[in-house]
Design a protein around this ligand. Structure first.
Ligand code: PLI
Length: 467
């Protein structure tokens, strides 16, 4: 693995953001007693805590980005016509230019695109291969009658294993499925870049290229989950032979060229607070997508977004592929991760793109997975410090569609997700110190019991009690 530190790439010893702050939003910390009340009221689920009760909010990087002055200016240029808004055409042009897809169906956010793609591209009983699952993505695939099959490399299931491209697809797993069931049994490959549930781990260009060649041979389509594909491009530039001198924009375009289309949650990479799209190269599929977008999202020229949202997005796409921006983005995530590693705190390795994932099974070895160690860790971190994180383990994994049994994922993680352009290095210091303080008293902590479980995506609304 060719690794240069962020500082080395910049020719200096540290990294810094290529922007300065123009507007601030006050935050404050409520008392420990108040946090204890808030946590109990929220059923020990950090999704159910009010934002005002949070000090540093690392729940998610989704829709939590700070916009640039250009994006705020773009908001004033919203064309709020019901049909044919000029902002849609700006967005369409930006997607065509930077992601390379011919046709664009706008949606209110990523899962809107997942719903439409699943409905138009999956027949009941078909397999949908993925490089690990994502919660909303798998649910839409299953609701459309698909059978999700994990084809990520084995290394991804071990939080401690070092691998430069832990998000890679194991082509032998795809080939085996083809050999056993035939290519027609596979609806498509859902290729996520970078892999959220594996710890923000990237896919290499070589892997995408080889997957494309394999799928072409058998006439199987590949749809990219492009939600964090620019972050993926950064890792290719940093780690893969032949890409150090290419721009992120060039890498992104090549990466996308190995797919037939993409679903996008623009609330992440694209530096917006809302939005999504489905990109397609096939005219027939696009027409089917247009049929459904008017049922679930809105007209094919707004798909649930206001004109101003689409303008913000088209500007955000251009800002997201700026190399110096992305270096500082990943640099901040790495800064936090390295502090934690220096203190011997177990995290998923290598440090990924959008978040630092605490390895909850190693953090709380005395709490069995049935007692939700990652959920417990998220609750305890909030209680001790006001820092909000999120469970990415057995609660998020949910139940098997066929048997109703719990999945038992090998990864039991608590995610410290870094919003883009929002927090400073000093905030990262506070977060690291908070985790360290909790780590020092980890033996005293007890697990949780689930007392309410919703039917779908239970991690959002489930409630717990302290054991
Ligand atoms: O939250 P949406 O509907 O805009 O996007 C769904 C979605 C799809 N793919 C991936 C990889 C995601 O990470 C994703 C949403 N992620 C959230 C909300 C997160 O906190 O990670």
């Amino acid at each position: 693995m060719k690794t240069k530190t962020i500082g080395q790439q910049l020719g200096r010893s540290s990294w810094a953001e290529p922007w300065k702050i123009k507007m601030v939003e006050p935050i404050h910390m409520i008392s420990r007693n108040e946090r204890a009340v808030a946590l109990e009221k929220a059923g020990y689920n950090t999704f159910l805590i009010r934002s005002e009760e949070v000090y540093i909010d690392l729940l998610t990087d989704s829709g939590t980005n700070a916009m640039s002055d250009r994006q705020w200016a773009g908001m004033m240029m919203g064309d709020e016509a019901y049909a044919g808004s000029r902002n849609f055409y700006h967005l369409e042009e930006a997607i065509q230019e930077y992601y390379g897809y011919k046709y664009v169906v706008p949606t209110h956010q990523g899962r809107g695109a997942e719903n439409i793609l699943s409905k138009i591209a999956i027949k009941t009983g078909q397999f949908v291969c993925g490089n690990m699952y994502f919660t909303t993505t798998r649910l839409h695939q299953e609701l459309a009658g698909g059978i999700f099959t994990d084809v990520i490399i084995d290394e991804a299931h071990d939080a401690q294993k070092e691998h430069p491209f832990k998000g890679n697809v194991d082509l032998r797993k795809v080939q085996k499925l083809i050999d056993e069931h035939g290519a027609a049994s596979i609806a498509y490959i859902c290729l996520a870049a970078t892999v959220n549930m594996a710890g923000g781990q990237p896919v290499s260009m070589q892997n995408a290229r080889e997957l494309h060649a394999l799928c072409k041979k058998y006439d199987i389509r590949i749809f990219l989950d492009a939600t964090r594909a620019v972050e993926n491009a950064f890792f290719i530039q940093e780690r893969e032979e032949g890409y150090a001198d290419k721009t992120l924009a060039q890498i992104l375009k090549e990466f996308c060229s190995y797919s037939d289309g993409a679903t996008m949650s623009a609330k992440k990479d694209s530096l917006a607070n809302i939005g999504g799209w489905l990109g397609l190269n096939d005219r027939g599929l696009y027409e089917e997508g247009c049929n459904l977008v008017v049922v679930y999202e809105g007209l094919q020229t707004y798909g649930g977004m206001a004109g101003r949202d689409m303008e913000v997005l088209s500007i955000g796409i251009k800002e997201s592929v700026q190399d110096d921006y992305m270096r500082s983005r990943i640099g901040q995530v790495r800064y936090l991760g390295e502090l934690l590693m220096d203190w011997g705190i177990p995290i998923t390795r290598p440090i990924g793109g959008h978040a630092v994932f605490l390895d909850a099974q190693k953090f709380y070895p005395h709490i069995p997975q049935e007692q939700f160690p990652a959920q417990t860790l998220a609750a305890d971190l909030y209680l001790e410090s006001g820092v909000r994180s999120m469970e990415r383990g057995i609660v998020s994994a949910g139940r098997k569609k066929e048997t109703g049994e719990n999945y038992h994922p090998s990864l039991e993680l608590t995610r410290l997700t870094i919003p883009r352009r929002v927090y400073t290095q000093a905030h990262m210091d506070i977060v690291a110190e908070s985790v360290k303080n909790l780590y020092d008293v980890r033996d005293q902590k007890k697990g949780l019991k689930m007392i309410f479980e919703p039917k779908y995506l239970r991690f959002f609304q489930a409630r717990f009690e302290r054991l």
